[in-house]
Design a protein around this ligand. Structure first.
Ligand SMILES: *Cc1c(COP(=O)(O)O)cnc(C)c1O
Length: 428
């Protein structure tokens, strides 16, 4: 009885939320429902499903029982009302924003964004007649200044790529509320273990679950989540009758699930970027150990950042966990356990030294990913951000000397040894 009311702890929910042992088989692990479709009980029931008058499975492009466990579990960990899983983080952003925005609408976004998000916003959104204004997130007032009546959402990253800036969620949320628009945060680098943006006023969260949530570099995946607190009554795309769903009013019909229902039943249905049940299963395995991995990730990251800070071959280190970092005060408020394990530093000797360093590393893998259990490294100016002009590079805070690390779970002394020998190689 009392258990029904008990709010279980984060770790308990990592392991149990969204799933009870399978009633047919007793399977303790979440089964992989590797199916495209589901037999309807009868024709009336089928009709009700298609009308969204009944909740039930139709087709795996829209929902799947394995994926549903992942969605519910992640929603529980983020203190969200619900979640929709997607094929990738890029798809999560696209589905969230194309559900909200209509041609001619505008978005104000932090300039400290993942490179792929930046190109999606600038190039793909332009084709949809959407305009994105980029602002320096270090001063929340920049969101107020960039606002105009066509702006229908604010967007940022809890921990911004690639310089590790921490987003002042509460301050920007206040401005968003005064404009009656949602604040959307990409919580990929923090994960719900290090920060729960909805506790500070964020309305929608997007994730690249490819990173720390999956945690082992095996699956591309994403998710979008809704807080259930945003009032969409004055928000046309969610409140007004939908011509693609027999004039259904999503907010009136589904209330606090209105945005997510529309994202699933319309946008995911039509865009088709759904998660595979097998990948959902792998993400569930990742969530089960999230807190333990993140504790070690941040512990190793802080030690690596301190080591680099004292190294003679290093120009600067941008890890908000270091006390002299300009975002350190925000770390105490938003990510008190540590600001993640992805950060960058500047190597002495610029572009050439950067290349030598990466080639000399033995444990860190040179690749375009973050958030693996293994340590990773990349030189953005020659890889992820190479499409950007020099001017855009500086806007995104990525100079030619910048090296980005994703600190993994290896033995700390081995990581420090590897970085040291590779840094020394750059002076030879
Ligand atoms: C990787 C990443 C994305 C894109 O996610 P994919 O799963 O690669 O599509 C978006 N935002 C951030 C912060 C990321 O690190």
């Amino acid at each position: 009885m009392s258990e029904a009311k008990r709010k279980f702890g984060f770790e308990t929910r990592m392991l149990h939320a969204g799933h009870i042992p399978d009633s047919a088989t007793g399977s303790r692990a979440v089964p992989i429902y590797q199916t495209t479709s589901y037999v309807f009980e009868d024709t009336d029931f089928a009709a009700q499903l298609f009308e969204l008058k009944q909740y039930g499975n139709i087709y795996t492009r829209i929902m799947n029982p394995t994926t549903a466990v992942f969605e519910e579990r992640l929603a529980s960990l983020e203190n969200a009302a619900g979640a929709v899983a997607t094929a990738s983080g890029q798809a999560a952003q696209y589905i969230a924003l194309s559900t909200l925005l209509q041609p001619g609408d505008e978005l104000v976004a932090s300039a400290h964004l993942y490179g792929g998000t930046y190109t999606q916003f600038v190039h793909t959104f332009k084709k949809l007649s959407l305009t994105v204004h980029f602002v320096d997130p270090a001063d929340p007032m920049n969101f107020e200044k960039a606002w105009n009546p066509k702006v229908r959402a604010f967007y940022g990253e809890t921990i911004g790529n690639p310089k590790g800036s921490v987003f002042d969620i509460e301050a920007v949320s206040k401005i968003a509320k005064s404009k009656r628009i949602p604040l959307i945060l990409d919580n990929t680098f923090a994960t719900p273990y290090l920060c729960r943006p909805m506790d500070f006023g964020a309305d929608i969260i997007v994730h690249s679950a490819t990173k720390f949530i999956g945690g082992h570099g095996t699956s591309i995946a994403g998710a979008l989540l809704e807080s259930g607190n945003f009032d969409y009554r004055h928000y046309p795309s969610i409140a007004e009758p939908s011509p693609s769903y027999h004039n259904l009013r999503f907010y009136e019909t589904f209330g606090h699930y209105g945005f997510l229902m529309k994202a699933r039943a319309e946008t995911l249905r039509d865009v088709g970027a759904c998660l595979s049940p097998f990948n959902a299963f792998l993400l569930i395995q990742g969530l089960e150990t999230l807190s333990i991995r993140m504790d070690r990730h941040v512990q190793n990251a802080l030690a690596v950042a301190k080591f680099l800070n004292d190294h003679e071959r290093v120009e600067w280190v941008a890890y908000a966990g270091l006390p002299d970092n300009p975002f350190h005060a925000l770390v105490k408020k938003y990510t008190p356990k540590g600001p993640g394990a992805v950060f960058s530093f500047g190597i002495k000797g610029g572009r050439e030294a950067g290349k030598k360093f990466i080639e000399a590393l033995q444990i860190f893998s040179h690749l375009a990913n973050v958030g693996d259990a293994k340590s990773l490294v990349i030189h953005p100016a020659s890889t992820t951000h190479q499409q950007l002009s020099d001017e855009d590079l500086v806007k995104c805070g990525v100079g030619p000397e910048l090296i980005r690390l994703s600190v993994g779970l290896e033995t700390l002394e081995d990581l420090l040894w590897d970085l040291d020998q590779a840094l020394r190689a750059t002076s030879r």
